[in-house]
Design a binder for this molecule. Structure first.
Ligand SMILES: [Zn+2]
Length: 200
């Protein structure tokens, strides 16, 4: 896992927000989610171990039908999250049809957490009761549910760069964070403002 991808996927501040952004490239709007993107995300957010991630990657070859099914459901969940968070940012009503993909995951993922030792650290890994792979989204759906319950207190925002579209939770003390990434969108804005000032 490269340093870059783990930083990028974590700029949302909350798991469900990071997933709504996935695959996140600050400053560029919408990207199709590929099987590889999905596995990279699951690994970067520590939902699966590196070892499990490697095994998942090969699934698109060994069992393309299963991989495709999981990817379709992942994309449906991600797009629903984007609708939900977009409505929260604009303080609009949240449609029931966007909640359904979240509830679907909450419904089917029964299991428990187990302590796993990896890279010298302890972390919790979700162990599903049933087979299938939808448990991969359990923590994401739970994170989304928490954000919905918090409502405005979750401080969910969208990047001020209109061509970006990434969401983030503004956990800053002053609640005045404007950019998904200061280094990308914030800087682009600064450069543009500077150029405008010089031109006039
Ligand atoms: Zn941005």
């Amino acid at each position: 896992m490269s340093e870059i991808s783990s930083t990028i996927t974590q700029l949302g501040g909350r798991l469900a927000v990071d997933f709504a952004n996935a695959p996140s490239y600050p400053g560029t709007p919408y990207h199709e989610l590929s099987w590889e993107d999905l596995v990279v995300f699951l690994e970067a957010s520590r939902i699966v171990s590196h070892e499990r991630g490697e095994r998942l990657l090969t699934l698109s070859q060994s069992d393309p039908q299963t991989a495709q099914g999981v990817l379709v459901r992942a994309t449906r969940l991600r797009d629903a999250l984007r609708e939900v968070f977009g409505a929260m940012v604009r303080r609009e009503k949240i449609a029931g049809e966007w909640i359904e993909p979240i509830n679907e995951v909450l419904r089917i993922t029964e299991g428990h957490d187990e302590l796993v030792h990896e890279d010298g650290k302890w972390r919790l890994e979700f162990i599903a009761r049933e087979g299938g792979l939808d448990w991969l989204f359990a923590a994401i759906a739970r994170s989304a549910a928490e954000i919905l319950m918090e409502g405005a207190a979750s401080n969910i925002r969208i990047c001020a760069n209109p061509s970006c579209g990434l969401f983030f939770c503004d956990n800053s003390r002053t609640h005045r964070r404007r950019w998904c990434s200061m280094a990308v969108c914030g800087n682009r804005h600064k450069v543009a403002t500077f150029a405008r000032r010089r031109a006039s």
